[in-house]
Design a protein around this ligand. Structure first.
Ligand code: C5P
Length: 232
């Protein structure tokens, strides 16, 4: 399984992300495009960034009835994204429909990963809002197993959980982990952070890094530092 650094391009508009990507003249980083940019700029932003030679994780977290998700995924597969995601909470039928929709006629498809529980959900929300009366780690483990059984490729999780997910679902089940910070950088609003080097040791397959690169005075140097620490 190829390890890589994915830059979270959390910019509010297209011109800002394009100016940012213009800085990378040598290596073309893997980038994550989220809802804000996709909804403001539309699918064209994916085509343009692909044309520049970047791989794209389109982070739209689909969650709807199986038929709707199947059709939406077909559109994303045609957009040639490299990785996309769904909420496990949609259930196994929805996740299997997502895999079907993503699979192109030649059998190829983008990687599909699952959100188990959002990191903003705590035990209190789980019990009182969602009426799930189990411990949060147990719910996350179970959702990861259901994602694997539904044919998905992996999950988004904290690097602190990557080892446990691999133990439960196998080493080929991908862990995509945000919450990454250099030893000497600010943690911003992230609560449970890890350095790129420690994330590698913990078994992360892909690290998602935003502000330590995008808000750096020298984003290219910060990205290269991340690659060196994570890939070695
Ligand atoms: O700037 P920073 O490195 O904190 O960005 C992390 C990225 O990963 C953001 O796009 C954030 O929305 C995303 N993310 C996260 N925690 C999750 C899931 C996604 O930080 N559990």
């Amino acid at each position: 399984m190829g390890r890589d650094v994915i830059i979270a391009c959390d910019f509010p508009e297209k011109s800002l992300v394009m100016d940012f990507l213009d800085l990378f003249t040598e290596r073309k980083p893997y980038v994550k495009i989220g809802m804000e940019l996709f909804y403001s700029s539309g699918p064209e932003i994916v085509r343009e960034i692909k044309k520049r030679g970047h791989r794209i994780f389109l982070d739209l977290k689909l969650h709807d009835i199986p038929n709707t998700v199947r059709k939406a995924m077909k559109v994303l597969a045609n957009l040639e994204v490299d990785m996309c995601n769904v909420h496990c909470a949609g259930g196994s039928e929805m996740m299997r429909a997502a895999v079907e929709g993503l699979t192109r006629e030649d059998g190829s498809r983008p990687l599909l990963i699952a959100v188990t529980q959002l990191t903003s959900v705590n035990q209190d929300i789980l019990e009182n809002d969602l009426m799930i009366e189990r411990a949060l780690p147990e719910v996350v483990d179970h959702y990861a197993s259901v994602a694997k059984m539904s044919g998905l490729d992996g999950v988004v999780c904290s690097p602190h959980e990557a080892g446990r997910v691999h133990e439960k679902c196998g080493k080929d089940f991908i862990t995509v982990t945000p919450g990454i910070r250099f030893a000497d950088s600010s943690s911003d609003d992230q609560k449970r952070i890890m350095t790129p080097e420690k994330a590698r040791e913990a078994g992360s397959d892909y690290i998602v890094v935003g502000r330590p690169i995008t808000a750096s005075e020298d984003p290219v140097a910060a990205y290269e530092r991340c690659m060196t620490e994570f890939i070695g």
